[in-house]
Design a protein around this ligand. Structure first.
Ligand code: NAD
Length: 238
């Protein structure tokens, strides 16, 4: 198995995308730590309870980890119903989104970094979004800005740690059927509209992301850093 001997932490491993990725890593032989504040039903992963927007909580969580070769940041929120155009979005909504998505990514990678440097084959994978690179973010000021910020963060990590054998990349999923956007795809207008904006004409399955993520974790991708990879049914290619 490609990832036997690898230790991988995944944030948001109890969520729709995170749990599929955690399963994919496990199936490829990795030891997987799930950092989330919701305990999953699946006990195959080493669950560590954490609030990723709180530095002390993240610091304590990483004390429970002995070894890491990769961190995947798949935790996130999209505050559908309160995130909005800039003239309408509240500071509370902005702060909560940035705190979890962007500050959460910052803290997760910050506390993972000593392990990744020690590993000598460290890999950071941030889960981005089309909203961070195109006008797909319309109506989601805080979410789109947090995702654009994560992409900048990844490039800076890639540049700063290139001498330490640590690479950093972003995977950009298209519309996936997970609880995160249930309110959008349950909406009789917005749901079908998301499919219309996806050239392949369907919603993605979180398992569609496993191949690219496992490749980015492994040394098969040793020449890949500072990049982003869309797995989005063509949404960002138009
Ligand atoms: N679902 C999609 O269509 C889609 C598309 C593009 C990008 N994404 C991105 O993928 C990532 C995962 O999304 P998802 O669809 O799996 O969402 P999800 O809601 O199913 O899962 C998110 C997970 O993050 C955890 N989490 C949230 N805040 C946390 C905190 N402060 N501390 C610890 N854990 C916390 C939740 O408990 C949950 O398990 C997100 O960053 C999202 O922006 C999703």
């Amino acid at each position: 198995m490609k990832l036997s001997g690898y230790h991988v932490a995944i944030t948001g491993g109890s969520g729709g995308i995170g749990s599929a990725l955690a399963t994919g890593l496990l199936e490829d032989g990795a030891t997987v730590y799930n950092l989330d504040f919701v305990k999953p039903a699946d006990e195959s992963f080493k669950f560590i309870s954490v609030d990723l927007s709180d530095e002390n909580s993240v610091k304590e969580a990483f004390k429970k980890i002995e070894k890491l070769d990769a961190i995947i940041v798949a935790a996130g929120v999209q505050l559908v119903g309160s995130d909005s155009k800039i003239g309408e979005v509240t500071l509370d909504t902005w702060r909560r989104t940035i705190d979890i998505n962007l500050t959460g990514a910052f803290l997760s990678v910050k506390y993972a970094m000593p392990f990744l440097v020690k590993s000598g084959r460290g890999s950071v994978v941030l889960i981005g979004s089309p909203t961070g690179i195109t006008m797909e973010g319309a109506g989601y000021t805080a979410y789109g800005a947090s995702k654009a910020g994560m992409m900048g963060l990844s490039r800076i990590i890639a540049a700063d740690y290139k001498e330490d054998g640590v690479r950093s990349n972003v995977v950009v999923p298209g519309t996936m059927s997970t609880p995160l956007i249930k309110k959008i795809w349950d909406d009789p207008e917005k749901g079908p509209d998301l499919i219309r904006r996806t050239p392949l004409g369907r919603m993605g399955d979180p398992r569609d992301l496993i191949g690219i993520v496992n490749w980015l974790v492994s040394t098969d991708s040793s020449f890949a850093t500072g990049a982003s990879y869309a797995v989005d049914g063509g949404m960002t290619a138009r």
